[in-house]
Design a protein around this ligand. Sequence first.
Ligand code: BGC
Length: 408
Amino acid sequence: MSLMNAHRVSARPKLLVSAGIAMLLLSAAQAKGEETTAGNGAERSIDKSVFGELPDGRQVDVYRFTNANGIELQVTNYGGIILALKTPNVAGEFDDIALGFDSLEAYLSDAYRQANPYFGAIIGRYGNRIAGGQFSLEGETHSLATNDGNNHLHGGEQGFDKVLWQAEPFENESGTGLVLRYTSEDGEEGYPGRLETEVTYTLTDDDELLVDYQAVTDKATPVNLTQHSYFNLKGEGSDTILDHQLMINAQEFTPVNDTLIPTGELRSVEGTPFDFAQATPIGERIEQDNEQLGFGGGYDHNFVLARDDAAADELVLAAKVWEPESGRMVEIETTEPGIQFYSGNFLDGNLTGKQGKAYGHRSGFALETQHYPDSPNQEAFPSTILEPDETYRSRTVYRFSAQETFDS
Ligand code: BGC
């Protein structure tokens, strides 16, 4: 099938706001040559516009990228949030598959802050939970914000999802994208060390979204960055994701206690509703009487990715999701040892998305590549401590396609 949607792409007005970006577009056209005129007439593009203003007056922008097949990615420098991702179904019709909002106000609203679903955001310094908001490092105990009962979740009260990043659009051989930079000061949210962070989104002409993370610190500190997009492959605002078929490349998962902190055990998925080694509809076993499903109100667990002999910095297949009606598929590869599968159990219809439709229970799923939750308190888990003489590096690839059947 073809991923073309020439009409839509060529019809979109380009909102060029700076000479820098205009130059990027020019070089995009020059660099593309045959690639971009290969049949569908779609063109790479980058544009930028104002998304809104923070209460302190700082301007927030939105960047739109399209690739040579018409796939469109929208990102804001507030929280590095992926606002929209438009991909074709088997018939070549584009829909936005990422849950989120049209306005900055919606992301800043009290209702959003209370529900705190972290739609589309970069998560840091620590993706997932740290028990009791505490950990010890080099003989010192550090106390973090406790924003999820007694636990610390996704970086605290003002994690990387709620800060303004410095943004720089770029174009290279594989595509276009955005470099986001943020420096987290020593002591921010209770974490030691000044952490300089860089996250790069690249939308390639092979219909991939690459997310590259990098960080350096001046004191030993835990770091576990991730991306918190929720997808509904039928299109955001569609009912549930229960019919989506999911494959997770894992033989084990990390069971949790009733506050979703891992017990430390690596448990085999075999014979449990956590076995996604063969693609299975998300809804098939989600209501089973199972203590682990009870704790999360569904799936909200970290899976131990099968890395076989892959080196720590090598990409491995983490998961594939396919939706039968649209034929849309996303494949996820990562250098990380784990992936959190969250089936949107805490979405309750109180937030209204881009099409004015309420985001109901399980209307989106998140697959968050990461180190395991609570690693700073769990010696047996792969370490998340970044030392001053090291560079944190992590890569995740999302590959989008559409096909009639699922060759999982
Ligand atoms: C967590 C969920 C949480 C959600 C939104 C996920 O990563 O695992 O427990 O409700 O993020 O905060």
